[in-house]
Every structure is written in structure tokens, then in C-alpha cells.
Ligand binder design. Sequence first.
Ligand SMILES: Cc1ncc(COP(=O)(O)O)c(C=O)c1O
Length: 384
Amino acid sequence: MSIPANLPLRNDLKGEEPYGAPQLDVPVCLNVNENPYPPAPDVVDTIAQRVREIAPTLNRYPDREHIALRKAFSDYLAKESGTRLAVEQLWGANGSNEIMLQLFQAFGGPGRKALSFTPTYSMYPEYARDTFTEWVTVPRNDDFTIDMDAAIEAIRTVKPAMVLVTSPNNPTGTPLPMDQTKALLAACEQADVDGADEGVHPILVVDEAYVEFRTPGVPSAVSLVNEHPNLAVSRTMSKAFAYAGARVGYIAANQGIIDSMRIVRMPYHLSAVTQAAALAALEHTDEQLSTVAHLRETREATAEWLASLTYKGRNLTVAHSESNFVYFGTFDDRDFIFNELLKRGVLIRDVGHEGWLRVCMGTDEEMAAFRKAFLEVLDEAQKA
Ligand SMILES: Cc1ncc(COP(=O)(O)O)c(C=O)c1O
């Protein structure tokens, strides 16, 4: 970082660092929760063809409302969650990161609060900072489930404009059961919002970035959108859908929430190339999701294996995960474990939570490399 002191950088941003996991050139990258399997050759062909088709129109701005893509999201969610939503209830952006930022821009701001349950996704406080929204947190239980009594009490007393829950949660993998989603919605529907008019209630944002990895048959919060105007469910093509590089996220919500986001979005925020590439991949939904079942099995096997290991005379603890990563610990010196794995070419994630580390599911070869390296490192750590 090199920011001269005589630049008028916002006072509250002084000393801040850009957010991001290390992007290191190592053989085994298990740190950013991507799907490790690349698009199949026929998917690559469709992407190239669809981008080629729109290339002669690139002198023009794209469809600002990205209607074709919103229809494709509707078809995808009808298939994936069993709920059919109208185009007006869907909205896309450059990753669900941009979706979240638009939500904060529309509903947060000076005098407004956002409430969440920690540990959780570390970008949320940054959206809050960037939009001058006060960030309020309630700690999760020891098993990383939400403390429902504390959550409902906080919704009532904090009076946030937005309540954010991640399901499955990052970094822990913890799912939010449907009855708890409904209880949080009910609490929001009765609560007031600080800094807003009387009769205004908080919105509940459920971030379902990893939801396709859940146990098959478990409902998604998308199934509640038609009945709850204060519910917004964020999704992404970056994780199970194996399309992180294309930067496509989307949201399912009542039209009122979508229209609020349309006020703050940048004009033409979703490029014609992005829209064409996203539509091309959605033509191949089954292929793009074909590795999800195997990654679920990999997660189960990895969690079981980690839980069978001992460190300094005690069993490792593994958080229950419904995602494509596993959160495990606890280590007296997690830096040592992290760095020794890195020396062996395996990059995992230290999210800054004392004692805990997160590993994302890779290919079978990558997981074999992780296991081999981890056993060596554990051995070293016991001797230390
Ligand atoms: C919980 C959660 N939400 C949102 C995102 C953002 O994903 P993207 O912007 O790639 O859609 C991530 C990325 O890791 C995440 O973990």
C-alpha cells in the first residue's frame, strides 16, 4: 500500500487495507471456496459462441435491466428451489458482493444499522463501512448456530434496517434451519427501524452463496420470497455453479426491494459480455452443477477424517458444514499449521478466528495432497 499523506482519502479509511484472500501461485489452492472443476469443453464452446454473437454490438450499451438473464435466473431457481419468481423479483450484479453493496446502499447509510451473527462473512463490515452504516453483531453459539433468543432480542432493541444471515454460513458451514429463518422473519416483521418512519420494518437478507451444497431436499429461503415482502435471498454463480471468474451474483426478493436496488445501481452495471457469458453457462446448468454431489461427498469424508485426528492429545473439532468447505480446530498456533501447509504447496484459509482454520474442497488429487501435507504438519506441531 502506498497512499501519500497529502491525498484527501476519507479519514475513516486511513490505515485500511484492501480486502482479499492471498492470491498465491501454489500447486493446491483451497482458500477461496471455488468449485475446483473447470467448465467442460462443450460449455466453453457455448460461452465463446455466445460472446462472439454479441461482440458486433459492443459499440452499444448493454440491456440495463438484463431481462433475458433475469428470466434465466427465474428458470434456474424454479428448478433448483421449486419456486417460480417473476422477472421483477430477480436482479443480477457483478457477483453477490455487488448485490450486497447495492442492498447496503439502498437500505443502510448514516443513522441506519445492519445486524449480523459472528463469525460470518468478513466482507459484510466493509459494505457497512463503505456506506456509513453502523455494524452490529451478536455472537453465535459455540457450535456456530445462531443464538435465537439473543438474535430476536437484538432485532427488537437494535432496530436495524437490515438483518444479515448467511446460510450455509461462511466460514463455519452452518446452515440456518427453515424454522429459524421464519422466526427471524417474524421478528423483523414486528420490529422498528432506527432512523426510519413509523411502520417501517427491517429486511432479512439471507445470503445463500453456498446453498447448492446443502443436503438434497432441504428447502431454500427462496421458497419464502413470495409470502414475505421483507425477505431478500442472495445467490451467486461463483460457488457450486463453478463460475467465479465470470462475476455473476443475483438476488430473489419482492419487487419493492429490487426496485430500491435499481435506484442505487450504476447505469449498465452488468456488461453485455457478462450477460452473454452468464446466459451461456445457464444453458448448461446440469453440467455446471454435475460436480456438486461429489464435492458434498468430499466434504463429508474430509470432515470425518479431520475429526478422527488428534492434536496435542485432543481430538480436532470440526464444525458441521453444509457447504463446500470445512472449518476445523482448535490449534494453539494456527499460524504454524497454516504456514507449514503453505511450505508444502497447500494454501488454506485463516479467517482470523482464534484457533480455527478453513479448508475448501478441491479435486480428489488436491484433497490427497492436503491430507498428506496436513498429517506431516500435525506431526511437526505435536513435536513443537
Ligand atoms: C457468504 C458469501 N457471500 C458472498 C460472497 C461473494 O461471492 P461473489 O461475489 O463471488 O458472488 C462470498 C464469497 O466468498 C461468500 O462467502
